[in-house]
Design a protein around this ligand. Structure first.
Ligand SMILES: Cc1cc2nc3c(=O)[nH]c(=O)nc-3n(C[C@H](O)[C@H](O)[C@H](O)COP(=O)(O)OP(=O)(O)OC[C@H]3O[C@@H](n4cnc5c(N)ncnc54)[C@H](O)[C@@H]3O)c2cc1C
Length: 419
């Protein structure tokens, strides 16, 4: 249905906005991991939904971010038939390594926690999910940013999207529920009145230069190097691409980091005795990430439910963000499916309280990891602290002894989500 609404431009000219209207049961904002998983799960149960995405398909399918998928998320993907790509191209990991003052500490967390991680880049996950959703008849409106959410406390809320065709055309989608899976910079979180939710946040005063290099990984495991010049990390991604991280001030800019400076600093911080220099290759991405964490409580207002980065962000230290996003969507899908099968909103009303303990437990682990791998967290001047460096060494030694300390780490690292 199309309606034409008159409006006045700034110079007083009469103009018209065409409003197209449609309806569905669930409108999902965002075609990231959270939105796509929710869409796929609802689709499996025959529940009508539309995904609206601000960016183009090309853009979302090439956005390289996460790469580390938890043991139980892999199981969840397999159980639901979403894992073909991961099973063909993903690589399991069971050991990680810390390096500190010339020593290497190998942690066989997979053996201790009876679980593994899979390395499978987020852009591949997103490509697979989009392909699957569309091939099963699902509708994703790319390049349709949601610009307004109306009637969140009514029985039929409305999502207004702008259209890629014309600035004078809007699309209104009326629905039963809105799933805000539109990431940290979307509109869902800010559509919740300030007095209806509380935001908890923490700035760590640390930055990471996130680097993608076109080189095969020289180490087949994640390496965390705790160096007096700051943290450095190496995370395998594919046979051609490796992700590296370098600690830097949070207000630093990528332009301060020439390719030569990046490789010199990586070699200095990552190497231990006997190591060859890293193989150099083109750096295809350099960006500074500010280490911060945010959680919104509750993750719901009226008919709007938040999932993934829209509700909480976590530092990339423990590689948990995408995993939490998928776990949220699993819980939200179960609650929505329960409603449509039983006309009972009990699970929807419990969604926030069910998800928050897992989210906070994961935040606690990330906070612990941040303190382990950075030596500047407790210093106002970002100074290297000799005392806390000794504490780091003690922690690493405890991790190597296969006692309860190591078990706790391994279980947290592998993840506790149970599908
Ligand atoms: C460098 C880096 C490395 C990371 N490494 C890891 C890792 O190893 N493991 C891990 O688990 N996590 C990691 N993360 C975190 C992970 O990438 C995120 O937590 C994950 O993308 C969250 O998924 P999401 O679907 O909630 O949000 P997003 O992936 O951000 O998706 C949200 C979508 O909503 C769209 N959108 C925004 N606004 C609107 C609007 N108004 N209307 C419609 N659509 C909108 C966006 O375009 C986007 O496509 C990393 C992040 C970064 C930056």
């Amino acid at each position: 249905m199309i309606a034409s609404l008159p409006f006045h431009t700034e110079d007083g000219e009469h103009n018209h906005i065409d409003v197209k209207r449609t309806s569905t049961k669930v409108t999902i904002l965002g075609a990231g991991p959270a939105g796509l998983v929710l869409g796929l799960l609802l689709q499996k149960e025959g529940i009508d939904c539309i995904i609206v995405e601000r960016q183009s398909r090309d853009y979302v399918e090439s956005r390289a971010r996460a790469g580390f998928i938890e043991h139980h998320i892999v199981k969840f993907m397999r159980k639901n038939g979403f894992s073909d790509g991961l099973d063909n191209k993903g690589v399991p990991h069971t050991i990680c390594e810390f390096r500190h003052n010339g020593h290497s500490y190998e942690i066989p967390y997979g053996e201790v926690a009876s679980g593994s991680h899979w390395v499978y880049p987020q852009q591949f996950v997103v490509q697979d999910f989009i392909q699957l959703f569309i091939s099963r008849g699902g509708q994703i409106l790319f390049s349709h940013p949601a610009v307004e959410l109306k009637g969140l406390e009514s029985s039929r809320p409305v999502v207004t999207c702008s259209s890629p065709i014309s600035t004078n055309t809007l699309l209104e989608i009326e629905c039963d529920y809105i799933a805000g899976c539109d990431g940290f910079h979307g509109i869902s979180r800010s559509s919740i009145p300030q007095n209806k939710a509380k935001i908890f946040s923490k700035q760590y005063g640390i930055g990471w230069l996130a680097i993608l290099a076109e080189v095969p990984s020289t180490m087949e495991r994640i390496v965390y190097a705790l160096h007096e010049s700051g943290f450095a990390g190496q995370m395998p991604r594919t046979s051609e691409i490796t992700r590296f991280y370098l600690e830097c001030p949070p207000n630093d800019t990528a332009s301060n980091w020439s390719d030569d400076r990046v490789w010199e600093e990586l070699n200095k911080r990552l190497s231990i005795e006997g190591d060859e220099n890293l193989v150099r290759g083109p750096l295809i991405e350099k960006r500074v990430l500010n280490m911060r964490s945010v959680v919104m409580e509750p993750m719901q207002f009226g008919k709007l439910f938040l999932a993934g980065d829209a509700a909480h962000i976590i530092t990339p230290v423990g590689a948990k963000g995408m995993n939490l996003a998928i776990a949220d969507s699993d819980a939200l899908a179960k609650a929505i499916i329960h409603y449509y099968h039983n006309r009972d909103e009990t699970l929807l009303n419990q969604y926030s309280t069910m998800r928050l303990p897992h989210i906070w437990k994961t935040q606690e682990f990330s906070d612990w990891m941040i303190r382990l791998i950075h030596n500047t967290v407790d210093s106002n001047e970002n100074k290297y602290l000799a005392f806390s460096d000794r504490l780091r060494q003690a922690r690493l030694e405890r991790l190597q002894k296969n006692g309860s300390y190591a078990t706790l780490f391994a279980e947290d690292y592998v993840g506790y989500f149970k599908p």
